[in-house]
Each structure stands twice: as C-alpha cells, then as structure tokens.
Write a protein that binds this ligand. Structure first.
Ligand SMILES: CC(C)(COP(=O)(O)OP(=O)(O)OC[C@H]1O[C@@H](n2cnc3c(N)ncnc32)[C@H](O)[C@@H]1OP(=O)(O)O)[C@@H](O)C(=O)NCCC(=O)NCCS
Length: 288
C-alpha cells in the first residue's frame, strides 16, 4: 500500500493524553520538552495535531480562548511545531489555515519566532509589538522594593481575577484559576489594602518562569519579581513587552540577560485589548 502523503493527513483535536507525543515533538525541533506547560495548554486550551502514520505527531499547535465560552473575545495560538523530518512541505500552513477556519471571526494573537513569522504574515497576521525574553540568575541589590508583596491566598482570587480581566482586556478565568496549582509561587502586591498587582513563578525545565506579571507600575513589577526571586533557587525566565524599557533595564542590572526577541502578532484586531502599561509579562508566550 502506498504511504499517504503527509500533506493529506487529517488534522485532529489533541487531548491531555497526547502530552508525551507533544513533548517528543518539541524535542524533535530542539525545544525543551516542557511537559508541565504542555499539560496546562492541553487542559485549559485546545490542541490541534496531525498524527504520523509511523507513530507520534507530525505537527501540533494549541489555541487558548479567552472571554465568554460561547463567543470568545480572543484566541492565543502557541506551540506551533512541525517535525523536522516533515518541514517545508506545507504542513505548518495547513494547520494554521485549519485553526483560522475553526476560530472564524474570533480575533487572534500569537508570539512569533523568526521561523514562524513569514508564515503568519502570509496568512494575514500583523506585527503589533515585540517582547524580549530574559533569563538568568537574579541578584538582589539596589534600593529595597517599595511596594509590599505577600503570597496570594484563596481569598485573593476574586480580586486577582478582576484585576487580570481589566488589564488583559478579557476574562482569563480558566487560566488564572489554575495558577495556584500550576505555579510554585503566586504573589500579590498590596497598597492601602488593595491588590495592585500579581505575579506567578512556575517551573519550566530547570527555570522558574515569571508570568503573568501584572502591576500598577514599574515599581510594583520590580517588587513582585524581587519577592518571587527571593523564594526561588532557580534561574528565572520571563518575556517582557519591550515598551517596558525601565523594567527591562533594571532586570538586566539584576543579572537577567536577553536571550530572544519575539514579535507580537494579531489577526482580526489592530491592537491587543486591555492596558499594556500594567501588563508586563504573559503567563507564557504560548498562551498570552
Ligand atoms: C515554523 C514552522 C511551524 C513552519 O512549518 P512548516 O510546515 O515547515 O512550514 P510550511 O512548509 O507550511 O511553510 C510555510 C511558509 O513558512 C516559511 N518557512 C517555513 N520554514 C522556513 C524556513 N526554514 N526558512 C524560511 N522560511 C520558512 C515559508 O514562507 C514557507 O512558505 P514556502 O515554503 O511556500 O516558501 C516550522 O518550521 C517549525 O516547527 N519551526 C520550529 C518551531 C517554531 O519556531 N515555531 C513557530 C513558533 S511561533
């Protein structure tokens, strides 16, 4: 029997049972396996993939929807991957076209690596911003943080959800409510009894990723990062919107180095909703 052409293989929805195959695909492309992150995305979001008749996956991606379930305001696309052995055969394009048709009129966003960008541009995505990935060991120093922070409690959750929706511009309840279990730390910044920011640090391979990072201002963001670092023995990683120049300069003074630049792209909207001045870092570039 002739082997079917991989470009004609069906696209199916992925489930958390596909976790190992997704991590294998990441590894195939030279990415870390990131199983903890894949698990979250395959649970809170919707994965799409193409099975390899020889076993494993030929391609995968994940879409996380935000806003009301029946009519989402925004979809974030991430983890777009095609196995190296099947690269440049049109599979990435077909998978993305499928996602665009499933998502209909829902506005979309993604963080593009330089590899993905030409494909997304061809499909109609526009670059609307940039984000800088920082990583390294945080070294405390400089003036003491000015805004008080503490570990979040269950009682904080409704205030955190309200703040997050206001700043992100749409409701992210399915992701935010998973943060206490997904993260190693979830902290809030408090001023005058009000929550003015929050941030999580979650384990990814041998690092702690700082995100989401939502804060009233740069001082609050610095206080949150400093307190997360004080309770972590790992290298930190985060993705900061390049418009937050002051935070980026401070983080570099504190030992984090620039490791990558990603383009923030949108489809169906010219700008992301919400308030970028208080949105410092996404939970992950794969989910916004
Ligand atoms: C980006 C990626 C998903 C593309 O998948 P793919 O199936 O190889 O891409 P396609 O064959 O559908 O190509 C679509 C277009 O993307 C561009 N493209 C894809 N691979 C490219 C490469 N190595 N160099 C330059 N352009 C490339 C081209 O414009 C291509 O169109 P063309 O072949 O008609 O010229 C794949 O290369 C990949 O998994 N890369 C590593 C992970 C990654 O960076 N993902 C993007 C995350 S945002």
């Amino acid at each position: 029997m002739p082997t079917p052409s991989v470009t004609a293989l069906p696209i199916r929805r992925l489930t958390p049972r596909d976790l190992t195959a997704c991590a294998d695909l990441s590894e195939d492309r030279g990415w870390p396996r990131e199983e903890h992150k894949w698990r979250l995305l395959l649970t809170a979001g919707q994965g799409y993939g193409v099975d390899d008749p020889g076993g494993g996956l030929v391609a995968a991606c994940v879409v996380t929807e935000y806003g009301p379930g029946e009519r989402p305001d925004l979809g974030a696309i991430g983890m777009v991957l095609v196995a190296e052995r099947h690269a440049r055969q049109g599979i990435g394009r077909r998978l993305m076209r499928h996602v665009l048709s499933v998502m209909g009129t829902t506005p979309l966003t993604l963080y593009a690596t330089p590899y993905g960008r030409p494909l997304y541009e061809e499909l109609g995505f526009k670059t609307t911003g940039r984000s800088e990935m920082l990583a390294g060991r945080f070294t405390p120093g400089g003036p003491d943080p000015r805004v008080a922070t503490r570990a979040a409690t269950a009682e904080d959750l409704s205030a955190v959800l309200r703040l997050d929706a206001e700043v992100f511009g749409t409701d992210r309840t399915p992701l935010v409510t998973r943060l206490p279990a997904f993260s190693d730390q979830l902290r809030v910044a408090v001023d005058g009894g009000r929550i003015v920011g929050y941030a999580a640090a979650w384990p990814n391979m041998d690092t702690h990723v700082v995100g989401p990072l939502i804060a009233r201002d740069t001082e609050t963001a610095k206080s949150l990062i400093t307190s997360l670092a004080a309770h972590s023995d790992r290298r930190l990683r985060t993705d900061v919107d390049v418009r937050h120049e002051e935070l980026l300069a401070w983080a570099k003074e504190r030992g984090l180095a620039s490791v990558a630049m990603n383009a923030v792209m949108t489809y169906g909207i010219t700008e992301l909703p919400g308030d970028w001045t208080r949105r410092f870092a996404p939970l992950t570039v794969a989910a916004g």
